[in-house]
Unconditional design. Structure first.
Lengths: 154, 475
């Protein structure tokens, strides 16, 4: 069983929306492969519950748009039942809810968000966001270390 | 009573950003409807000046749900620029790749988006009309949906790598041959997928009787239908010629070469939408409107070409003596196609050539213009590229499935609105039906940046002066 799963997601052709991809690519290069699995996705979809159920902790990395560019946040997330309508994509909380309802597993969930400023068409992060990327990967690195050392509680 | 406009912005449970405007007359009846796509697609500009060889992996990023279709259409356009015939095994592997994606895309549409309406009804409690309600009411169905998504996704990963945007399909073929282990693993997974498809089809047919009123007005009108078929008239998602049939089921154009799409497909730009509306040129606009996707494919093809899917297609054709017209039946058609895809994958995977190591043709650009087309889950997809002598992209045009269906979606909303929407207030049941008819087409509108998109639902009633007289929000 993978102890920690990292899922970076977003659209790499919309400048700062690529934060999740870039961070996941960086982390995949230097995190230990035995305890950590890294996925890159365009968006979150229901079947991710399957792979999430095989981990003890899951860290979702995404771009945000509420705050100052470069703002970094990390928060615990719980299973969440989306109400009413929904799109092709799921929220991280909904993936956890799927996981609990279908696989009876409840890994610890974290949402790490770096606030972007440019979501227009094109590649490459904006300067402020690029400069903040190492802080994001360092934070996730610490989180992985912390979660990897926890006893299996999922 | 004063004239009003109802705006639904954005539409939920579809991809991208859109809003619906219902124009009410003085009697409180819907007299016009528009389906606006408010997000500009900039990919055609984004590719200019780049090497054409980058196009498949770049274009695959247009969509997170159907990247493989863009990959295939783009690679086929690049094959045309190279002027190569790809090795037979590469052709078969690309087909398997495409079929796996159709399965997972159709599964998302049916199980994740449509099944809540089908289980709880169009007037169901909004708090329960979601996939978690489905999990409680029919856990087998909900789990089957997850399993089928996983099935398709795992095949894509086995062939193309773990990422959602695999670069395995390349100009000239595919980058790596299929291994024996991967072939055997995929073959092993097929029986369960087939069982799920069969089980879900039976369930779907058992509930459709509850939706007779919806079937009668969910895009139930005459149009043309367009889709790709094989030389023998069979269903195909990868290659073939285009056929157009009319509402009576008669073939009005056959053997159309996708390369010459611009000769018979017109594109109309509406000032209120970024989505280009397409039409069959010989009939003009709007008489030449047509539908694409699962319903159209069922209508234009003579057969599927696999045993169980052929049986189900025959039963599908019995729904109506002419062409099957109601867009509600898109759901049914999707399920027949899932069955076909699983059966067809088995045929391809047991082909003696499938493990061949010859999977790629190499060449320099030998043409300055190329067109690639395929059947994406939602309908016919065209990629058209022009390059310079250095192989740099100079121009491109993409016609996506949702664009083909744009006019039909407008008409469908109008039909549903006229039948179900009355008066000053929009009830949840009215709202859900307007959305549900759009969901039947499963449009994929922009593959937008989700970080900037907030998919709340907003309904506004505007009077003739444009003032908001009522507002309904759902987040």
């Amino acid at each position: 069983m993978t102890r920690v799963l990292i899922i970076g997601y977003g659209n790499p052709l919309r400048h700062d929306d690529a934060i999740g991809w870039r961070a996941a690519e960086e982390l995949a290069r230097w995190l230990p492969v035995d305890d950590v699995d890294v996925l890159i996705r365009y968006q979150l979809t229901p079947e991710l519950a399957d792979v999430v159920s095989e981990s003890n902790a899951v860290i979702f990395i995404d771009a945000g748009d509420a705050g100052e560019p470069g703002d970094l946040t990390c928060e615990r997330i719980e299973p969440e039942r989306e109400r009413g309508g929904f799109t092709h994509e799921c929220s991280p909380g909904t993936v956890l809810e799927y996981c609990e309802k279908i696989y009876s597993r409840r890994p610890r969930g974290f949402q790490v968000t770096l606030c972007g400023e440019d979501f227009d068409y094109g590649e490459g992060l904006s300067p402020k966001v690029e400069a903040s990327l190492p802080h994001l990967t360092a934070l996730v690195g610490h989180l992985v270390k912390s979660e990897s050392s926890r006893p299996n509680a999922a | 009573m004063e004239r009003k406009t109802i705006i639904i912005d954005p539409v939920t449970r579809i991809e991208g950003h859109a809003k619906i405007t219902l124009h009410m007359n003085e009697k409180g009846r819907v007299e016009d409807a528009r389906f606006h796509v408010t997000q500009f697609r900039g990919f055609e500009k984004l590719c200019e000046g780049r090497p054409f060889s980058e196009m498949p992996s770049l274009m695959a990023r247009i969509c997170g749900i159907c990247p493989v279709s863009h990959l295939i259409a783009s690679a086929k356009a690049c094959d045309a620029l190279l002027a190569v015939k790809i090795p037979p095994t590469a052709d078969k592997l690309r087909r398997i790749f495409g079929l796996a994606q159709v399965v997972q895309s159709h599964a998302l549409s049916l199980f994740h988006l449509a099944s809540p309406d089908l289980i709880f009804g169009m007037d169901g409690d909004p708090a329960r009309t979601n996939i978690f309600g489905v999990l409680e009411q029919n856990p087998t169905l909900a789990k089957d949906g997850i399993q089928l998504r996983k099935f398709g996704q795992q095949i894509i990963e086995r062939l193309g790598g773990k990422r959602i945007h695999p670069a395995w399909i390349v100009p000239g073929g595919v980058s790596e041959p299929l291994t024996e282990d991967n072939r055997d693993a995929i073959l092993k997974a097929l029986p369960e997928a087939l069982q799920i498809a069969e089980r879900t089809l039976e369930w779907f047919k058992s509930v459709t009787e509850n939706f007779r009123e919806e079937i009668s007005v969910f895009g139930n009108f005459p149009t043309l239908f367009l889709g790709t078929i094989k030389d023998d008239g069979g269903l195909t998602f990868y290659d073939g010629k285009l056929r157009i049939t009319n509402a009576s089921g008669d073939v009005i154009a056959n053997g159309l070469d996708p390369v010459h799409y611009a000769e018979y497909i017109g594109e109309k730009v509406e000032p209120w939408s970024y989505l280009k509306s397409t039409y069959y040129k010989p009939l003009g606009f709007p008489e030449g409107i047509y539908r694409v996707g699962p319903l159209a494919r069922m209508n234009v093809a003579d057969r599927c070409g696999t045993p169980r899917a052929d049986q189900e297609m025959a039963e599908f054709h019995e729904l109506q003596r002419t062409a099957v017209l109601s867009s509600f039946h898109y759901h049914h058609a999707r399920l027949v196609e899932i069955l076909y895809c699983v059966e067809r994958m088995e045929q391809l995977l047991t082909d003696p050539e499938i493990l061949s190591k010859h999977v790629r043709a190499f060449a320099r650009p030998n043409a300055l213009e190329g067109v690639g087309a395929c059947e994406a889950p939602r309908g016919t997809l065209f990629h058209h590229y022009k390059i310079d002598e250095q192989g740099l992209m100079r121009w491109s045009n993409l016609i996506i499935a949702t664009g083909h269906n744009a006019v039909a979606m407008n008409k469908s909303i109008l039909q549903v609105g006229k039948h179900f929407v009355h008066g000053d207030k929009m009830t949840p049941g009215m709202l859900n039906r307007v959305e549900a008819v759009i969901r039947a087409y499963d449009p994929c509108l922009s593959c937008s940046t989700h970080a900037a998109g907030h998919m709340a639902l907003k309904v506004e009633l505007l009077n003739a002066s444009g003032e908001v007289v009522d507002r309904l929000c759902r987040s």
